[in-house]
Design a protein around this ligand. Structure first.
Ligand SMILES: Cc1cc2nc3c(=O)[nH]c(=O)nc-3n(C[C@H](O)[C@H](O)[C@H](O)COP(=O)(O)O)c2cc1C
Length: 172
């Protein structure tokens, strides 16, 4: 089976996860996996299965580029085996004033974009490197961490887990 792992990223962690995903998939004799950023315009006709990944940014959103990719390719994707994943620092989510946010809710919103439901999805841990952040991202994170920690420092955070990525690839 030919599998496309397609993603977008801002700072690179989702690209690394997509690479880990393909590395494991290619360990199965019957699978040939290719990784492609959405902007490379991969040809979906070349694949029987597609795994689509996006990081989570402001207001618990996946990237617009990935929303557009799904919308534009919805007819083709309905003919294929599809998996989704999101990359986030808060992988668990929370209950907030009567509604669930984050965690699996990310997958619910992402899956709702598809004409035919994906067969598998998971929230995977990401990375935050303060020195890499754009001014705008740094500002919004400084506000967040000021409230949480009472300091203007944006911490380095790492929750990437290759084992969990490989588990995803194996189950898919
Ligand atoms: C401005 C900004 C907002 C973010 N908002 C969230 C969020 O709401 N929830 C969350 O779990 N992670 C959030 N993150 C963390 C990212 O999802 C995480 O760092 C991810 O690994 C980034 O993926 P990328 O390196 O592929 O761009 C945010 C990161 C930045 C820089």
């Amino acid at each position: 089976m030919r599998v496309l792992v397609v993603y977008d990223t801002v700072y690179g962690s989702t690209a690394q996860i997509a690479g880990w995903m393909a590395e494991r998939l290619n360990g199965f004799a019957a699978v040939a996996a290719t990784v492609s950023r959405f902007s490379e315009n991969p040809n979906l006709a070349d694949y029987e299965a597609v795994i689509i990944g996006s990081p989570i940014y402001r207001n618990d959103q996946i990237l617009e580029s990935i929303k557009d990719f799904v919308t534009k390719n919805n007819t083709a994707l309905a003919q294929k085996k599809v998996g989704i994943f999101v990359v986030a620092l808060d992988t668990g989510g929370a209950y907030y004033f009567g509604r669930l946010t984050g965690g699996l809710e990310h997958l619910k919103k992402f899956a709702a974009l598809f004409a035919k439901s994906p067969i598998y999805g998971k929230v995977l841990g990401g990375e935050q490197v303060p020195t890499k952040l754009s001014l705008k991202d740094r500002e919004s994170l400084v506000n967040f961490y000021r409230r949480v920690m009472g300091s203007d420092e944006v911490p380095y955070r790492y929750s990437m887990n290759k084992l969990k990525v490989w588990e995803y690839a194996t189950r898919f």
